[in-house]
Structure formats: structure tokens, C-alpha cells
Design a protein around this ligand. Structure first.
Ligand code: UDX
Ligand code: UDX
Length: 512
């Protein structure tokens, strides 16, 4: 690799001694693994066995895309690595401005504390993408890769226009060689196209493209980043590629145990991200399929999930039956996998994974049908309180939230829907704008329930467990119904209070 982004390897003398003193910034396995906050390791304190060393005092990391993935990831890197300068840029000026205040653009437990420790020290937010690119040694690209809505592959393939535009911008603004890291989830072999675009230059610049997919889940992003199950870094299996991935591995090794940092080929890393999400979603669709059977056979889906999850080969996680999975990733990534399989002529593989998404859609529709059937086959003119609009608890994110589909279907049935949520009301307003029917919003669950015929719990916020359900019931129309789309409530207690209770994968508890 040329330029001042010299990565330890061939640039070092053949006798094994560095031509330049290793002015490392990156610590190896001896770095303290404590989670109590960052500790600066000065150059003098560096172990001699530094891996992948840049020939400069500090490494300059840039992240393009200050969203749910880029923002928290870079904040944790900056927090843990005071010796790395981290710049985060985005085309969205309002988002960047919010990152500079204490009212961050996304809600994540613990994130503000992490940002406040590093911001202004070695973590910076800006809209100056060009200057950021010019100064960077390593560029993480975390722009969105939504499902294509037009042309070939519409509804399934990933829309890579922002990615390609960003690659071209990196090329245009670079004056030195760089490592470019795919953080966004991308179809397998996207790096090939990136490689071609970036390395098509005639200026002698060399770009090493890596894949470092993100496995953080919303609501636990900081914890997932601070204590990850694994970090995956893929590269070309060339000496330059392997050196580049070791340089990025060294950044993570500041706080992640080496044995949790997995190195692989580029293609394995790209595909692993899609497959991880597909497997997680498949477990939910599997248990949701069984929930329908439970409701007809008087088996209890939570008992079944516990029984099968106790088998160490299956394990207990991601077996919680629900109204359906949401979030920006699962559906998008599975449809992307389906499209890739189809484009390779693997129709059986495509059909197999597509069924995971179809089962999820069916579960959402089934939930509404069950509401209708229980409420005497009509909800027209009835007030229905939706408890929770976020796609899961501890986030204000509503992307692909099952609550939107349920709201749409209830509104189409002419129900009067009142939505309450502690974090997601702003997004709920945007998502439901233009829907026919009457939809209202309130942060207060008691107000939402007043005069309602039914409550549908669609997000597993803890606060809903602890509400005064007798007070809620007293303010509702009779017969009063609760539909627990997350199985978080004490169903027998609610039944004893007087509610008709319908939970996922359980026998209904009804007075009428
Ligand atoms: C997104 C994708 O959804 C996910 O597949 C991928 O793995 C990472 O990026 P997320 O961070 O949740 O995840 O998306 P989002 O919150 O929309 O953030 C993307 C950011 O990129 C936005 O703030 C957007 O303004 C920015 N962006 C987009 C750019 O800065 N430049 C562009 O050209 C396009
Ligand atoms: C997911 C992956 O977990 C993460 O590794 C990846 O990087 C991004 O996609 P996220 O979408 O933030 O993360 O949330 P996750 O916790 O996976 O939940 C997704 C959806 O599945 C939520 O709607 C959640 O409520 C639902 N879910 C999850 C269930 O219905 N049952 C379960 O047992 C688990």
C-alpha cells in the first residue's frame, strides 16, 4: 500500500525490523478489557507486538452515515480508543446537528453517556463529507441500503445507489490510499463492484475494501458494541487484504478479546450478515407458526418454547412468539437473500427463505383477524387502544413495526385507533399519515384506554406490565378485551379482573 497509509507488512524491512520505528496507535492483547471506560495507551506504553500499524501518530477514522448503525458504532470506537480520531459525516444536516447536542437523533440506552465522554475529544460530527474523506485513513460506510422500490429486483434486491454514489465520492475526494469498510449490510459480492470503482483510478491510489458487518440490535446497541459476541472482518485473501483487516481488527482489539474477532474472506463476511439475520428471523417465524397451532390445540406456546429451548442444541433465545418481527433489517435482508438465490437460479433456496417473511406477514394479519372474530366480527366505530408502536421495546424506531400493519388493517375496518408509546409517537404520526380513518395519539396509556373496547399490546415495553389494569378496565367499554401481541401481561390476573384476554399461542380467556 502506498502513501502515508503504510500498513505494517511488506513496508517493513526484510530482516523483520521496521524501517521506521513502529509508531503504533493500536494495542494488542495486553490492553485492559475492563468495561469501565477508556484508558489512553500512550505510544510509550504500546506493546512491541503491535499488529497492523499505521506509520503515523493517530489513525483517522471516518464514518459516512450517522444513522442507527454508524452513530453508536463510532461513538463506542471513539470512547474505547482515545488514540483514534473518529469523524462521523452525513448528508442529513439536521441529524448531524442533533448528534452535537444532548438530544441525540436516536434513542439508545447508555448512548448519550458514551457520546458525551468522547465528543469534542476524538469524536466529531460534521456534514463536510469531502474534508472527512480527504483526512481519513479508514472509512466505514454506513449509508442506508433499503430494498429497491423500482426496476429489476423491486421489492427484494438491495438499492445500492447510495453505496455506489458514496464510493465514487470517496474516490473523487481521496489524495491517499485508504481502507474502505462496508458497515452497511450488502448483497454478497458487493465489494467486488466497490473494488472496481475505487481501484479504477489512474492516480496510483489503492483502496482495500473490507466487510465488517454490524450485529448490534436496537435498544441494546451500546451493550452489543461494548461486549460483542463476535466482530467479523472479511477481506480479500491477499497479503494487502489480510494486513488491512488486521489493522481494523487491532482497533476492535482495544476492548474486544482477540478470540472474539473473526477474520474471514470478504464473501463469507458479506454473506454471514444476511444469514445471521435470516436465521434469527426464521426462529421467530418458526415459533409463530407453532403459535397458531397452539391456539387451536390448547398447547401453550411459551411452554413449548421453554421446553424446546432447554435443549442446548436449540437454545432459548429468539423463541418468543409475537405479533411478528419488525425492524429495518430482518425483512430487507431476507428478501435480499431471496433475490440473490433467485439470481443464481436457486429457486428452492429462495422459496425456503421467502416463507420466513410470508409467515411473518400472515402472523400480523392473523392477529387482526383474531381481534375481529373475538369482537363479534366488527370493530367499525369502536375505539381500540394500541399499546406500543415501536418495533421492539427500548427504541423509538418504528421501521417495519408490526404495529403499523395492525393499525392499517384496523383503520381499514373503520376502527377508531388511539396509539400510545413512550418513545415512538413522533414516528407513529409520520408512518400513519395518510391512512384512512381516525387515528389519534397520546403518550398516556390511561387516556388511550379511556372509552376503548379493546387494548392491543404490540410492543413489549415493561411499563405496560406495571400499569394499574383495574383502573384501565374501569374506564373502558364492556365487554373489555386485551390482545397481548407480546405475551408480557399476567393473563390470568387480567381475566380475574374482568378482561377477555387473547394472547399469542394461548387458549383465550373469555367471559363472553
Ligand atoms: C442502514 C441500513 O439500514 C443497514 O442495512 C445498513 O447495514 C447500515 O445502514 P441504519 O444506520 O439503521 O442502517 O440506517 P439509517 O439510520 O437510515 O442511517 C443511514 C444514514 O446514512 C442516514 O443518516 C443518511 O442520511 C445517511 N446517508 C445516506 C448519507 O450520509 N449519504 C448518502 O448518500 C445516503
Ligand atoms: C436485528 C439483529 O438482532 C441484529 O443482530 C442485526 O444487526 C440487526 O437486526 P434488531 O432489528 O435491532 O436487530 O432487533 P431484534 O432484537 O433482532 O428484534 C427484531 C424483531 O424481532 C423485533 O420486532 C422483536 O420484537 C422481534 N422478536 C425478537 C420476536 O418477535 N421474538 C423474539 O424472540 C425476538
Amino acid at each position: 500500500m502506498a502513501g502515508h497509509l503504510a500498513i505494517r507488512g511488506e513496508d517493513w524491512a526484510k530482516d523483520g525490523r521496521p524501517q521506521t520505528r513502529p509508531r503504533g496507535i493500536i494495542d494488542g492483547p495486553n490492553y485492559p478489557k475492563s468495561l469501565e471506560g477508556p484508558k489512553y495507551v500512550g505510544r510509550r506504553g504500546l506493546p512491541s507486538a503491535c499488529q497492523g500499524v499505521f506509520m503515523k501518530d493517530r489513525v483517522n477514522v471516518l464514518c459516512i452515515g450517522a444513522g442507527y448503525v454508524g452513530g453508536p458504532t463510532m461513538a463506542v470506537i471513539a470512547d474505547r480508543c482515545p488514540h483514534v480520531t473518529v469523524n462521523v459525516v452525513d448528508i442529513n444536516a439536521a441529524r448531524i446537528q442533533a448528534w452535537q447536542t444532548d438530544d441525540l437523533p436516536i434513542f439508545e440506552p447508555g448512548l448519550l453517556e458514551v457520546v458525551k465522554r468522547a465528543r469534542g475529544r476524538n469524536l466529531f460530527f460534521s456534514t463536510d463529507i469531502e474534508a472527512g474523506i480527504a483526512a481519513a485513513d479508514i472509512i466505514f460506510v454506513s449509508v442506508n441500503t433499503p430494498t429497491k422500490t423500482f426496476g429489476e429486483g423491486a421489492g427484494r434486491a438491495a438499492d445500492l445507489q447510495y453505496w455506489e454514489k458514496t464510493a465514487r465520492q470517496i474516490l473523487a475526494c481521496s489524495t491517499n490510499s485508504k481502507i474502505v469498510v462496508e458497515k452497511s449490510t450488502l448483497p454478497v459480492r458487493t465489494a467486488e463492484a466497490m473494488d472496481r470503482i475505487l481501484n479504477s483510478n489512474t492516480r496510483g491510489l489503492r483502496f482495500e475494501v473490507l466487510s465488517n458487518p454490524e450485529f448490534l440490535a436496537e435498544g441494546t446497541a451500546v451493550k452489543d458494541l461494548e461486549l460483542p459476541d463476535r466482530v467479523l472482518i472479511g477481506s480479500h485473501e491477499t497479503p494487502e487484504g489480510i494486513r488491512a483487516r488486521k489493522a481494523v481488527a487491532d482497533i476492535y482489539a482495544t476492548w474486544v478479546a482477540r478470540e472474539r474477532i473473526i477474520e474471514s474472506s470478504l464473501w463469507s463476511a458479506e454473506l454471514s450478515k444476511l444469514v445471521a439475520n435470516a436465521f434469527l428471523a426464521q426462529r421467530i417465524s418458526s415459533i409463530n407458526a407453532i403459535s397458531a397451532l397452539c391456539e387451536l390445540t390448547e398447547a401453550d406456546v411459551d411452554e413449548v418454547a421453554f421446553a424446546i429451548g432447554s435443549d442446548s442444541r436449540i437454545g432459548p433465545r429468539f423463541l418468543k412468539a409475537s405479533v411478528g418481527f419488525g425492524g429495518s433489517c430482518f425483512k430487507k435482508d431476507i428478501l435480499n437473500l431471496v433475490y440473490i438465490a433467485q439470481s443464481h437460479g436457486l429457486d428452492e433456496v429462495a422459496r425456503y427463505w421467502e416463507a420466513v417473511v410470508r409467515m411473518n406477514e400472515w402472523q400480523e394479519t392473523r392477529f387482526v383477524r383474531r381481534m375481529l372474530a373475538a369482537m363479534f366480527n366488527t370493530v367499525a366505530g369502536k375505539k381500540i387502544a394500541i399499546f406500543g408502536f415501536a418495533f421492539k421495546a427500548e427504541t423509538g424506531d418504528t421501521r417495519e413495526s408490526p404495529a403499523l400493519e395492525v393499525t392499517k388493517q384496523l383503520a381499514a375496518e373503520h376502527a377508531h385507533v388511539v396509539i400510545t408509546d413512550p418513545k415512538a409517537l413522533d414516528n407513529a404520526r409520520i408512518d400513519t399519515a395518510g391512512l384512512e380513518g381516525t387515528i389519534a395519539f397520546t403518550p398516556d396509556p390511561y387516556e388511550a384506554a379511556r372509552g376503548a373496547h379493546a387494548i392491543a399490546v404490540l410492543t413489549e415495553w415493561n411499563l405496560y406490565r406495571d400499569l394499574d389494569w383495574a383502573r384501565l378496565l374501569a374506564s373502558m367499554e364492556r365487554p373489555a378485551f386485551v390482545f397481548d401481541g407480546r405475551n408480557i401481561l399476567d393473563h390470568h390476573r387480567l381475566f380475574d379482573l374482568g378482561f377477555n384476554v387473547f394472547a399469542i399461542g394461548k387458549r383465550p380467556l373469555r367471559h363472553v
